[in-house]
Design a protein around this ligand. Structure first.
Ligand code: COA
Length: 277
């Protein structure tokens, strides 16, 4: 599938009213991530970051899987005696699934349509939101095939699961469904499979109504200040607040205050200011 002049072997892109659907596309291998997919996803994120038609990005999978994790054959076994290729593929894998996706400047939604195993938890947790089919199957299956959750999985689990839940699933390798993932707050919510796309679009539309510059800053600061101490966070948030007032081309803050205080046009407690004027 092409974005501009580019074509990808392992990823398909679809655009619809501000939403770009990024579809991992190796359904015959349950969308397991081979090195080609990692290199292509880095390029996809470069393109979408600069693409004015992409306002919200949804990450999903073709066929019955969301992502079957790293490709045990092409990413693991076939690179065991190729240290340079292994290092390149690993770097690309961490780059797109965590560093780039976690800080992607536009809202990201993981739409989990089916199997999500092992390494797939990295991009699941990096996305701002995750909506799962109630019957999607998740699993930290690494112990079942002789490794522990590596890459960055063990680290990012600490951001998204409780200690008890993470220890249980890391050490038993037991699968769980979308309902359980929602109960543990690993995903934002789980919905019946036939409503998955509709619910995802509804969430995307909520985000499309808001000032994108403010949304970008909101996710950046929340994600960045989670690991700062209080003094650093206070300084950082103050500086980013001033920066946003100067870089927001919509002038959202003054518009928002004017429409509420002077014009009594809306109540910020219940809705957003009008971006029309
Ligand atoms: N790596 C490499 N190949 C994989 C894969 C992976 N992670 N997941 C699936 N595949 C391949 C299978 O080898 C098979 O290939 P083949 O048709 O050439 O034999 C094909 O995808 C279909 O898999 P299959 O097991 O027959 O499908 P299924 O629908 O019965 O089961 C899964 C799907 C995802 C439950 C099962 O494939 C599985 O357990 N995969 C491994 C998941 C995992 O542990 N991932 C963690 C990696 S970090």
């Amino acid at each position: 599938m092409a974005l501009g002049t580019r074509t990808y072997q392992t990823v398909k892109l679809e655009h619809e009213q501000g939403i770009t659907w990024v579809i991992l596309n190796r359904p015959e291998k349950r969308n397991a991530m081979n090195p080609t997919m990692h290199f292509e996803m880095l390029d996809v994120l470069d393109q979408l970051e600069a693409d004015p038609d992409t306002k919200v990005m949804v990450l999903t999978g073709a066929g019955e899987a969301w992502c079957g994790g790293q490709d045990l054959k092409e990413f693991f076994r076939e690179l065991d005696d190729k240290p340079i290729e292994r290092a390149r593929a690993s770097r690309a894998a961490q780059q797109w699934r965590w560093h780039r996706l976690f800080t992607f400047p536009k809202p990201t939604i993981a739409m989990v349509n089916g199997y999500a195993f092992g390494g797939a938890f990295t991009q699941l947790i990096a996305c701002d939101f995750a909506i799962a089919a109630e019957d999607a199957i998740f699993g930290l299956s690494e112990v079942n095939w002789g490794i522990f959750p590596g890459g960055l999985v063990s680290r990012v689990l600490a951001d998204a699961m409780t200690y008890r839940d993470a220890m249980y699933y890391i050490m038993t390798g037991e699968p769980f469904d979308g309902r359980k993932a929602a109960e543990m707050r690993l995903v934002t919510k789980a919905v019946p499979r036939d409503r998955l796309r509709e619910e995802t679009v509804q969430l995307a539309q909520k985000l499309l109504d808001k000032n994108p510059h403010v949304l970008r800053a909101a996710k950046e600061v929340y994600k960045a200040c989670r690991t700062m101490d209080y003094w650093q966070a206070e300084e950082y948030l103050a500086a980013k607040g001033v920066a946003l007032q100067h870089t927001d081309p919509e002038g959202g803050r003054s518009k928002g205050i004017r429409q509420f205080i002077d014009e009594k046009r809306y109540r910020p407690g219940f809705s957003a200011y009008s971006r029309e004027d």
